[in-house]
Design a protein around this ligand. Structure first.
Ligand SMILES: *Cc1c(COP(=O)(O)O)cnc(C)c1O
Length: 394
């Protein structure tokens, strides 16, 4: 990987970090769609298998296109190195499997992505890994949740879908003192807006499917951090096989070149929409990290350079009104994804969280009329008009 001059700004490194040019002198990085790599002789092949060289052997272990994506992301996060996986969930799962064993304990909170919650509560206990959830809105409860056998703290900030924010330097200080690995899912903010490693996190996990792709095309994930930690992740992944496809890596690597520009626009659209909706009488409340009314506004201001593309609000009239609102939208998409160039609206109570009881939903912060908006790149006026007309009709 030619890591071009690290004195450049992150925006520049995201564009200029690239796989070595081939003899064709191509300007844009090619896709290395190959399952394996050849050797000139038995000695070179022996040395590669003995880890004496870093030659590529097989694309489940490493691939130049996949490594370019991981190196770009690591550079943006301020991490030493990274490993890319087939999806965000395989990245999160690998980050657990590489560091946790039977008898260990994981601390997390209920304000996390649904599938992550399933892995922690349904699968980790099958292998003897226990967990405790602390309340992300009372950070002091973190320390009380840590036990002598706690090995890792895993959290999201801002969280999905509640947009709760927690002070990363505080959490990192507690983890350091207790000798616990801090693992942060930085999916919502992306390194364009927040860099948990620089605030003291040990590893950062990503769903690249969301804002990093940013156009709703491919699945991907990544884990970045110090070299000695990523080595453990690589050892687990090279044998268990959650490798990222080189094609997806090529798409995602190109996407990183525009990440900063896109996140600035997503964030400014979301901030102005959140501001406008605050006075809408069809709503109980509006939540966005950079609104002064957000309970952790000061922390968001301190650790994020902008609020990101997601906002949420509670529609008056609960579940039924939420469904009517979705039906009244003319432009915004109803789909399970987020972080797209197209604005996406979702109503967790009637869709992703419909199988839970109302009481269970409330426990994870899903109120009956909660609507989550993932602001796209359409003209901000068109997004605002569609949402306001649908609220009027609901
Ligand atoms: C979507 C998402 C994931 C899972 O990523 P996939 O790429 O869908 O596997 C993990 N964390 C958060 C916060 C997400 O939004």
């Amino acid at each position: 990987m030619s890591q071009e001059n690290q004195q450049y700004h992150p925006e520049t490194n995201a564009i200029r970090t690239r796989a070595a040019q081939t003899q064709h002198m191509e300007h844009s990085s090619p896709v290395f769609l190959t399952s394996s790599f050849t050797f000139d002789n038995a000695e070179d092949m022996r040395a590669a298998f003995a880890d004496e060289t870093d030659a590529n052997i097989y694309s489940r272990f490493s691939n130049p296109t996949v490594d370019e994506f991981a190196a770009r992301l690591a550079s943006l996060e301020g991490a030493e190195t990274g490993f890319a996986t087939s999806s965000g969930m395989s990245a999160i799962f690998a980050s657990f499997m590489a560091f946790l064993k039977a008898g260990d304990h994981l601390v997390s909170c209920s304000s996390i992505f649904g599938s992550t919650h399933t892995v922690i509560t349904k699968f980790l206990p099958k292998w003897g890994i226990e967990y405790t959830y602390f309340d992300i809105n009372s950070p002091a409860s973190l320390e009380a949740a840590i036990r002598p056998n706690t090995r890792m703290v895993f959290l999201e900030t801002p969280s999905n879908p509640g947009l709760d924010v927690i002070d990363l330097t505080y959490v990192a200080e507690v983890c350091k003192r207790k000798n616990v690995i801090l693992n942060v899912d930085n999916c919502f903010a992306t390194p364009a807006l927040q860099k948990p490693i620089l605030q003291g996190a040990d590893i950062v996990t990503h769903s690249a499917t969301k804002w990093i792709d940013g156009q709703g095309r491919v699945l991907g994930g990544a884990i970045v951090g110090r070299a000695e930690l990523i080595k453990e992740v690589h050892t687990f992944c090279r044998s268990t096989g959650p490798a990222m496809s080189p094609f997806n890596a090529w798409v995602l690597s190109k996407s990183l070149e525009t990440l900063h520009v896109r996140m600035a626009r997503h964030s400014s659209t979301a901030l102005s929409l959140a501001g406008a909706l605050q006075s809408n009488d069809k709503l109980e409340w509006v939540k966005y990290p950079m609104l002064e009314s957000h309970p952790q506004y000061t922390i968001a201001k301190k650790q994020m350079t902008a609020g990101g593309g997601i906002l949420c609000f509670e529609i008056k009239g609960g579940l039924e009104k939420g469904r009517k609102f979705l039906d009244a939208l003319q432009m915004c998409s109803l789909t399970a994804n987020l972080g797209d160039s197209r604005t996406i609206v979702s109503h967790p109570s009637s869709t992703t969280h419909a199988k839970l009881s109302e009481e269970e939903r409330l426990k994870v912060g899903i109120t009956p009329g909660l609507i989550r908006i993932s602001c796209g790149l359409e003209h901000p006026e068109d997004i605002k008009n569609d949402i306001e007309q649908a609220l009027q009709k609901a």
